[in-house]
Design a protein around this ligand. Sequence first.
Ligand code: GLU
Length: 425
Amino acid sequence: MQKAAWLGTAFTPAVKNEKLTGMSEHTHHLSDRLSAIAPSATLAVTARAAQLRAAGEPVIGFGAGEPDFPTPDYIVRAAQEACADPANHKYTAGAGLAQLREAIAEKTLRDSGYEVDPDSIVVTNGGKQAVFQAFHALLNPGDEAILPTPYWTSYSEIINLTGARTVKVFAGADQDYKVSVDQLEAARTPATKVLLFCSPSNPTGAVYTREEVREIGQWCLEHGVWVITDEIYEHLLYDGAEPAHIVAEVPELADQAIVLNGVAKTYAMTGWRVGWMIGPKPVITLAKNFQSHLCSNVCNVAQQAALAAVSGPLDAVMEMREAFDRRRQRMVEILTPIEGLEVPRPQGAFYVYADCRALLGREVAGQVCQTSQQLASVLLDEAKVAVVPGEAFGPSGYIRLSYALGDDDLVTGCERIADVLNRAS
Ligand code: GLU
């Protein structure tokens, strides 16, 4: 019996409409749609690591991707000032503060190279809400959404909620975790409505070249397939990887593209919850209407902080990028020699996605692990490190490690992993 069997709960829908204790015959049947959702595995791993640390266990967390740096001072100061301004104590426009939407349009021109009308932007409560609203604005039951796999865990749960079908297109380590146009074409049917595109990628750290981005954009254009492009890791590129924005590469795609972004990863602002979506007006109208019922407006103080972030310089992210790059190299260096682990060198974001299939079926620390979920449990118990198993992102046989943590912890954690896995027999 594994001590860390807790991890299984992160892959299981919450309720399954069983009769709940204390509820009457008439009230025990809860929503089928919400009961089908499994909790976010990335957040579950992180919460479990924090719980163990609080209980005195020396756990090192490679779980949720979250910069370990504080939010830059000038952004925090803008929020402090905003707190004192009574204008921010009231409801504001549901789509977001006008000044912030203008700044996002300017930032898009600066970083992505194309013009956007501020009225085509909705500010959301974190990038995650933008993902939710984008899929819900496009999909109906019976539609198909193509999801390059491995994929970030929330995409598939959100698509499921729309009632549409997810078509998973897998690209393994042998193709740098990048899907080809041929694979997309093989997956296309008359029901194909949208492609999710994420480069730099969470969870794999893969970065598509400009040419690959252009080819995929042209394929979407040619076949009338919408693209939802998640650009939240746009500034985290290494080894000379070039930034490439699908709407800049294929400008005609703007009428069938929704661009998602936010301040969380660029400015170490995960807790502030400010993201945005850019899209054609009809899509934006649907998203605004929906959001007006969901949350009215995003917290004004957080929006003012985001305004200081997006209208300011990129110096802080460049400094963080340097630290992430150093940690990335260190992590790859320590993990690569481990027998049974294949560690492609990621070029973006802050994740290493290691292929551990060769370790499955072997004995690790006295246990035979048949899945990466079991391997992650053993690593938590024996190495005291928290990693996210591949099951959260698609097939079993992989583990994701975030390198957005301090250098010393990173080295200690990777060495502990090496120590346990090198004894596999
Ligand atoms: N996006 C980050 C991750 O994948 C943060 C946690 C989450 O929202 O999933 O780890």
